[in-house]
Design a binder for this molecule. Structure first.
Ligand code: ADP
Ligand code: ZN
Length: 298
């Protein structure tokens, strides 16, 4: 039986797994994201001890995902400056001598949800994580979307809520973008307590749901996804789902004609079908793809 590697490369931690050809996880280890001179050799060592036929990487980014670029599979820009320019794909491919596939962490998660999870059997979906940052992965026609670079749905600009005491948000690149307004660190900075300590009836959540509803409205208008899957730490507050659905329906203003809208978007704006495993299963699928293996049938 062939074994496949999955690397969930995050700015805080690296999670390395080995799975079999059915997607059953055999081993898993997590290590902090330190300097690449430390963390890259540690990851290589783990995969040498746990050999795999191919590796899939779902990584933080932005990444260079243009196959024609000499820097294909490199990290292009990150506040973790030591990782800027690190050629993740090339390093693993050369040092392990195996096929390696790479995409953004959220495109990987979206691919897993479209293949095995909440959007199984559909042609596409949007996967958004609201955690330390906000990232969006987009599948259209069964394929993760890439273009000029890759979609960055977390940096769309939003209309400020008049009740928001910090309407410019905390993103160092943009004023009033989704990530700067809705990610965990933004909630903490705005309200002075960690997001998970904010009581349910705090106005913070009404504002949060309104911003995420703007994201959903924009996504429905831009890509018409059949599912918008919302994951990440902040979405553990699952009372947000009905609030976001209701506010999205209100923003749509009766414009979109679809039974799904008449149904209050209950089947459209949903949590991940794979729970916390979307990321690892996405990386596993990227490994299968790199090895030229077909995806499991939906
Ligand atoms: P990451 O984005 O780093 O992969 P998470 O998705 O767990 O990790 O997101 C971490 C962020 O989510 C933190 O800012 C944290 O405050 C927030 N968070 C984690 N758990 C909860 C929770 N139960 N309720 C609200 N916010 C949470
Ligand atoms: Zn931004």
């Amino acid at each position: 039986m062939k074994l496949y590697g999955a690397l969930e490369a995050g700015g805080t931690k690296m999670v390395l797994s080995r799975l079999d050809e059915n997607g059953t996880m055999l081993e898993r280890v997590s290590m902090p994201t330190e300097h690449p001179d430390v963390t890259l050799p540690a990851m290589m060592a783990w995969f040498r001890e746990h050999p795999v036929a191919a590796l899939g990487i779902g990584s933080f980014g932005p990444l260079d995902l243009n196959p024609a670029s000499p820097a294909y599979g490199s990290i292009t820009r990150t506040p973790k400056l030591a990782w800027v320019g690190v050629p993740l794909l090339a390093r693993f491919r050369e040092e392990l001598g195996i096929p390696v596939g790479i995409d953004t962490d959220v495109n990987g998660a979206a691919l897993a949800e479209a293949t095995l999870g909440a959007a199984r059997g559909l042609s596409g979906c949007l996967y958004v994580t609201v955690g330390t940052g906000v990232g969006g992965g987009l599948i259209i026609g069964g394929k993760p979307v890439h273009g000029l670079t890759h979609p960055e749905l977390g940096h769309q600009l939003l209309r400020p809520d008049p009740r928001d005491p910090m309407p410019e948000g905390v993103c160092p690149y943009h004023k009033g973008c989704v990530e700067g307004l809705t990610a965990g660190p933004s909630l903490q900075k705005r309200w002075g307590v960690p997001a998970y300590e904010l009581p349910r009836d705090h106005v913070a959540w009404d504002i949060e749901a309104g911003y995420l509803a703007q994201l959903c409205h924009n996504a429905l208008m831009a890509f018409s996804p059949e599912k918008i899957i919302l994951g990440g730490g902040v979405m553990q507050q699952d009372f947000l789902f009905p609030m976001i659905r209701e506010k999205t329906v209100a923003l749509l203003g009766n414009y979109l004609a679809s039974p799904a809208v008449d149904n209050g978007l209950a089947d459209v704006i949903v949590p991940p079908g794979l729970g916390v495993n979307s990321g690892v299963m996405g990386a596993w699928l990227l490994a299968l793809e790199a090895a030229g293996q077909p995806f499991p049938a939906a």
